[in-house]
Design a protein around this ligand. Sequence first.
Ligand SMILES: NC(=O)c1ccc[n+]([C@@H]2O[C@H](COP(=O)([O-])OP(=O)(O)OC[C@H]3O[C@@H](n4cnc5c(N)ncnc54)[C@H](O)[C@@H]3O)[C@@H](O)[C@H]2O)c1
Length: 341
Amino acid sequence: MSKKREVYFITGGCGFIGSNFIHYLFELHGQNVFVINYDKLTYAGNPENLKSVEERENYRFYKGDICDQELVERIFNQYQPDYVINFAAESHVDRSIGNPEDFIRTDTLGVFYLLEASRKHQIKRFIQISTDEVYGSIQEGKFTEESGLFPSSPYSAGKAGGDRLAYSYYVTYNLPVIVTRASNNYGPYQYPEKLISLFVTNALDDKSLPIYGDGKNVRDWLFVKDHCSAVEFILRNGNDGEIYNVGGNCEKENLEITREILKATGKEESLIKWVKDRAGHDRRYALDDNKLVSLGWNREYTFEQGMAETVKWYTENRKWWEPLKSGEYLEYYKSHYGEEL
Ligand SMILES: NC(=O)c1ccc[n+]([C@@H]2O[C@H](COP(=O)([O-])OP(=O)(O)OC[C@H]3O[C@@H](n4cnc5c(N)ncnc54)[C@H](O)[C@@H]3O)[C@@H](O)[C@H]2O)c1
């Protein structure tokens, strides 16, 4: 008798990390999994990211909002998912400053609707993809899973709401919930508004690279494929009710990253353009992920390898990102950085 395939209900699968994760799952499990991708297709969701898997017999895409309780319920009834992995989010800090409401709605309330649906069905595991930004900024040392939460933007506050709500469903209803908190991701399929994807694509076009403030803000950088392997590892080996930090062990100042991008794309430092700092800009994020490493997970990519793969991908996939840098994007860019792209 053939073994029943495990059903994954993945939200936000048309976004950057979600789509990388779906590709990763098919590479790892092939026909042995059934994947439902549920995504609202906001400006950040791009069906092109999954073009190569859309004909698969073990893949289904549904356009929907995680706040649409009725539709979520209907899909749960039809497929009885084993695993729910919530990547869906409004995810850009800069946008959260101008329009916080969407962030609170999706990043907190949306998690509530998914938890409610999961509670009614016998799911095996619910993974809430949270972020290191819920900890706030740290001057020295690193955040562990025991650190307090001091989110400082509407984005990170909305994520902290979803993060703690998910935990409460473990404590209150015994729902098998795990929360992951990853550091800044970079890699293929990232909408060109985040630091690395924006700067790599601008550099390839000989456009300026706008650095906020003094360029000394520090982030820890995680290659997206390492994040994907961590999520799948945690799904299989993590313990219910736990939080796992997923770090890149790669702290760098924004100016340093910019110089690495210029080097990797073969461009001059004259492309650097200094712009006014953004409101509430956290100075430094740093994560201690020993808890996850002690469980047996390890990063595969060094920063140099991840960066080389990233630059290669954006160089070879202009058709993917060039159309994104048009229309509303250009207006947003101008209002934000004070200049035409
Ligand atoms: N990018 C990072 O560096 C990073 C780091 C740590 C954690 N995270 C978290 O990982 C997750 C994925 O991040 P990303 O960078 O891929 O984001 P993204 O913005 O690229 O993708 C988000 C996806 O969610 C979808 N979406 C948005 N609102 C929705 C809704 N209401 N219902 C259904 N779908 C909706 C969008 O259409 C998009 O496809 C997020 O939860 C984010 O907070 C991201």
